[in-house]
Ligand binder design. Sequence first.
Ligand SMILES: O=P(O)(O)OC[C@@]1(O)O[C@H](CO)[C@@H](O)[C@@H]1O
Length: 393
Amino acid sequence: MTREPDAIVPEPGTFAWSVLHDRHPAVIAKVREAFPFGPQQNEALDELASETSVATITAPEPSGCDRDCWPEWVREFAGRQLDQTPFLFAESYFYRRLLDATGFYRPGPWWSVDPFAPMKHAELTDARLAEDLGWFETLTGASSTEIGAVLLSASLWGNRADLGFQMSTRAASAGRADDAPEAAPAVLVDDSDLMWSLLRRADSPQVVMVADNTGRELIPDLLLIDHLLETVGVQAVALHVKPAPYYVSDATGADVIACLTWLAERPEQLGRAGVRLRRACATGRLTIHTHAFYCAPLTYHDLPADLAASFADATVTIMKGDLNYRRLVGDRHWPPTTGFEQLTSYFPGPVTALRTLKSDVAVGISPQLLEVLDKSDTTWRTVGTHAVVQTRP
Ligand SMILES: O=P(O)(O)OC[C@@]1(O)O[C@H](CO)[C@@H](O)[C@@H]1O
C-alpha cells in the first residue's frame, strides 16, 4: 500500500499559515469590536491572539459537549506551538479557545452568547440578501430537472459566502463564479447527474445534509431541501449542524431557526417555501441534528458509530463546504488527480460533496484540467472561484 501524503501544516508562506496569522487575528478583532466585553474577556482574547507562534498548546477549559475529548486530542501535540500542528487541528483548537475566551461555556452573562451572532445577524438583515435571491421567484413553470439544477448550483455557490473566508482580502476581492479564468470551467467536476439518479432510483429516498455556513449558504440549502421533499420524492431530510459556534458562520440549530423564520416571513415564493419547510419540520420530514463530532479536529475517518449509522442509512449524504471536504478526503497533500471515489470508499454510504475551493486540498481533477488550472491561475485552490460537485455512489 502506498503511504498517505503528509497532513497539511501551516508552514510559512502557505495558505494555512495566512489563516492562522492573518485571518484568526481578524476574527478576534471583529468579535471584540462587536461586544462590550470586560477585562476578563479582553485579556483572554489578547492572549489567544498572541500565542499562535509562541505558547505551547494546552487543553481548553473542561466544559461543553466535547469536554472529555479535548485533553486526549491535545495530548498528541503537547509541547508544540499552534502553527506546528496540522492545519485541521490548529483551526478547530483556535475556535474552541475563542469560545473559552468569550465565556461561551462559563456560567455567567456571556454563557451561550454566540460570538459570531452580530455578523450572522447583519447578513440576515441586509436587504441585499432578498434581492440576491430574486431568481427564485422566476422558477415557476420550469421543469423539475431545471429547478433542481438551479437549486443545486445555488447551494454550491452559496458556499462562497462564509464569513471567515470573506475576511481574507484576496478572497473578498475575488469575483463571482463567472470571473473564473476562461480556460478552466468554474465547476471543475460535476457529478450532479449521478446524485440525482441515486435519489430517483431509490424507493423511499432519505437524505442527510451536513450543513456548512448559515445565512447566504443555508438559505439556498433549505430551498434545495424543499425541492427534494416536494418534487423529487425524498421522504425525509436530516439536516446536520454544528453544536456550537465555529469557523465564524458555521450554522448551529439557532441559525437554522433564524433562516427558516427569515424565509417564512418573505412574500411570494420564498415565503411559501419557508412555510412548507416549517410544515416539514412539524411532520418530521425535515429534522435537525447535531453532534459533538462536528466541532472536533478529526476527519470523517474517525466517525463515531451513531453518525456512521446515519450516513449508512441515507440514500445520499450531501456534504457541504470546504472544511467538510477536507475532513471527508483527509486534509493532506494529495496529488489533485487522486480519485475522489478512492479517498471516500471508507465512508459508510453514498456521498455528494458540494464545495467551493477555499483551501489547498483538491482531488478528483483530471490531469488535463490540472494542467490548465496550474497554468492559468496559481490561486485556483484557495480563492473560491472554482467548485466541485463530486459523488461517490
Ligand atoms: O468550510 P467552509 O465554510 O466552506 O470554509 C472554511 C474556510 O473558510 O475555512 C478554512 C480556513 O479557515 C478553509 O478550509 C476554508 O477557506
